[in-house]
Design a protein around this ligand. Structure first.
Ligand SMILES: Nc1ncnc2c1ncn2[C@@H]1O[C@H](COP(=O)(O)OP(=O)(O)O)[C@@H](O)[C@H]1O
Ligand SMILES: [Mg+2]
Length: 323
């Protein structure tokens, strides 16, 4: 039996380009193209779908990559694998419940899901940092906003950010008492935000270390826009600059420690640990376990990473199929 894998990808100009699935790569780049080649070598049927097209338990536009054409959409089965990869806009408040519903329904089909749904549900909110804090990891500490509101503005600096967001969207830097007004001006409920202590080394950048299972693969350094001294967001979409990085042994050990802690409770396949220096020590800002951009091309290991990742996933998928 041929194995099959679905990739959720952002589709460009669906209305204007009806007969082919043009992938919108503006976020995250082309890493998936290398992965697909490896899955092809392993004789997988590869399907491209857009999460936004998911309705009544099927992806309305299902593109069969191997034959370069759209095919009759069907409900996933336990024989399918699906990589919830690029999902443009799914973390927006208006879309999040739809995303959860899709995840629940796909899980019920018995398909093999990358990453594990339990891990996705945990990681989707910045509250995942609480688990790491409870287990004494070195974390840029995060709190419920109500619990630190009295500390804010009295010399301590915080970053208030939505619990569910990406690309640095909705982030507020609280340096001074007056900045509290920015929180008051939020139309949303404070419960939807975390207040995280400001990591004081952020202008030197955030390091992202990638893991396949619990094995370290490669790293990049992301620095905030150098022309704007007030910018703390390292996200590429916010003008951050990404480059290849060779981490020190200590940094690899630090990130591995975080991965070990996570995988004790949440199965991990493809992960990214984002940390910066705070008081001269690595402190995690967030763990990205749901569709992290791999930046393997930036690290000049596009193909190498693809081979390792696909070998790893293929073993898990094959095991799932024998169950
Ligand atoms: N506590 C913090 N201290 C310093 N910089 C931060 C902090 N939290 C976030 N940032 C900056 O903002 C960026 C986006 O925040 P992050 O928590 O990674 O959310 P997102 O999921 O939107 O990427 C980070 O990459 C980092 O550059
Ligand atoms: Mg981030």
């Amino acid at each position: 039996m041929r194995k099959s894998i679905y990739f959720t990808l952002s589709r460009k100009d669906q209305d204007k380009i009806p007969n082919t699935f043009v992938v919108d790569n503006k976020v995250g780049g082309d890493d998936y193209t290398f992965w697909i080649k490896e899955f092809e070598k392993k004789n997988y049927d590869i399907y491209f779908v857009n999460w936004d097209d998911y309705s009544n338990q099927i992806f309305l536009n299902t593109y069969h990559y191997n034959s370069s054409k759209f095919v009759e959409p069907k409900k996933l089965t336990p024989e399918d694998a699906i990589f919830l990869y690029k999902q443009e806009g799914f973390l927006l408040p208006e879309n999040i419940s739809r995303f959860h519903r899709m995840l629940d329904e796909i899980e019920l089909t018995g398909a093999f899901i990358i990453n594990n749904p339990k891990t996705i549900r945990w990681n989707i909110s910045k509250e995942h940092l609480y688990y790491l804090m409870e287990n004494d990891a070195k974390v840029c500490k995060a709190y419920e906003v109500k619990d630190v509101i009295n500390r804010v503005g009295s010399g301590e600096k915080f970053v208030v950010k939505p619990k569910i967001a990406s690309r640095g969207d909705g982030l507020i830097l609280i340096n001074f008492k007056e900045d509290l007004n920015k929180i008051k001006n939020l139309e949303d409920s404070l419960e939807n935000y975390v207040a995280q202590e400001l990591c004081n080394g952020i202008r030197e950048g955030e390091k992202s270390l990638f893991f396949i299972g619990n094995n370290y693969s490669h790293a990049v350094l992301k620095v905030p826009n150098p022309d704007n001294k007030n910018e703390i967001r390292c996200n590429k979409s916010a003008g951050g600059i990404v480059s290849k990085y060779e981490p020190t042994e200590e940094e690899i050990e630090y990130s591995k420690g975080i991965m070990n802690l996570i995988s004790k409770k949440y199965p991990t396949m493809y992960s990214r640990i984002d940390f910066s220096y705070h008081n001269n020590e690595p402190h995690i800002i967030e763990a990205e376990l749901l569709n992290p951009s791999a930046f393997a091309i930036f690290a000049r290991v596009g193909e190498e990473f693809a081979i390792k990742l696909v070998n790893f996933l293929d073993k898990l998928i094959s095991k799932h199929l024998t169950k």
